[in-house]
Design a protein around this ligand. Sequence first.
Ligand code: HEM
Ligand SMILES: *[C@@H]1O[C@H](CO)[C@@H](O)[C@H](O)[C@H]1NC(C)=O
Length: 331
Amino acid sequence: MGTSFSWALFVLSLFALSTFGNADTSPGLMMDFYKESCPQAEDIIREQVKLLYKRHKNTAFSWLRNIFHDCAVQSCDASLLLDSTRKTLSEKETDRSFGMRNFRYIEDIKDAVERECPGVVSCSDVLVLSARDGIVALGGPYIPLKTGRRDGRRSRAEVVEHYLPDHNESISSVLDKFAAMGIDTPGVVALLGAHSVGRTHCVKLVHRLYPEVDPALNPDHVPHMLKKCYDPIPDPKAVQYVRNDRGTPMKLDNNYYRNIMDNKGLLQVDHQLAHDPRTRPYVKKMAKSQDYFFEHFGKAIALLSENNPLTGDQGEIRRHCNVANKRNADE
Ligand code: HEM
Ligand SMILES: *[C@@H]1O[C@H](CO)[C@@H](O)[C@H](O)[C@H]1NC(C)=O
């Protein structure tokens, strides 16, 4: 019995190797993966991101937030973009995804790529490259990123909380979650600099204002927050929010670090980042030097974008980013 058991294990591991260990047969992620198959791909995405940015500046915020919410949840597999099905609630419907917007515009980018090269470029690469180009539109650094990701077929709401920290999570737990992706402390501090753009809805803020104002908040910032979030229980249908960085709300810059050192960080994690002894030294450095911020931001975005991708013959190239391909449909 012992031998047949180990024999079974041996066969199983061979099977596992042949199924998942495709490192030898597939080149994995690489720079300019579509060089032969769709040489225009990266230019088309860049053009589309620029066009959309001209019409709706906030699309760039969404592309930046997308790379975190997709890649940090198991894999950059565009599972974030899938709609719920009759059986399963999708990632974008969870509380962690609250406030995410502009999903329909990512379809515009994908459609433009499909017109040039049908069925070649994955939604996960569209998501990652649009984040890269969105960062540039917001005044951030240009970050060279690999491509060759393939799309997952499932999106599961239940797993999201395990990977994405909550607005009030401890710094220890935030650092652990990013460390699992190979992102170190300065990397985490740099990534949170994304909160230098965009907005936070009052539902995520009222606990710092009511029943009494959180004494950690800068008293100069409180009247503005109270004016925007005048309702202790915000009407879920009313769009009530505070801008993350009142100074330069449309720019990805290091003003975020000055804000949080000044106790103007909106989320508890933002505030903690400036006060925890592990993260504070980096917050100070990034507040002083935009170059230092950008350097670590670029490295951390690259690591995030390479988190556990599907490559080779894993997954699929989705036709429409919000639904998995129909089985048996011709590829
Ligand atoms: C501890 C980690 C993080 C937590 C707890 C967190 C939480 C949040 C929350 C609660 C909001 C407000 C959503 C709303 O009310 O509409 C937000 C907005 C945003 N987050 Fe994060 N976030 C984290 C890390 C990141 C990272 C790593 C990025 C990107 C690299 C990012 C990018 C953004 C952007 C761009 C917005 C503004 C979105 C918009 O205006 O549409 N966040 N985040
Ligand atoms: C964080 O906030 C949520 C509500 O958004 C609350 O349910 C949870 O108990 C809070 N967690 C901590 C650790 O305070």
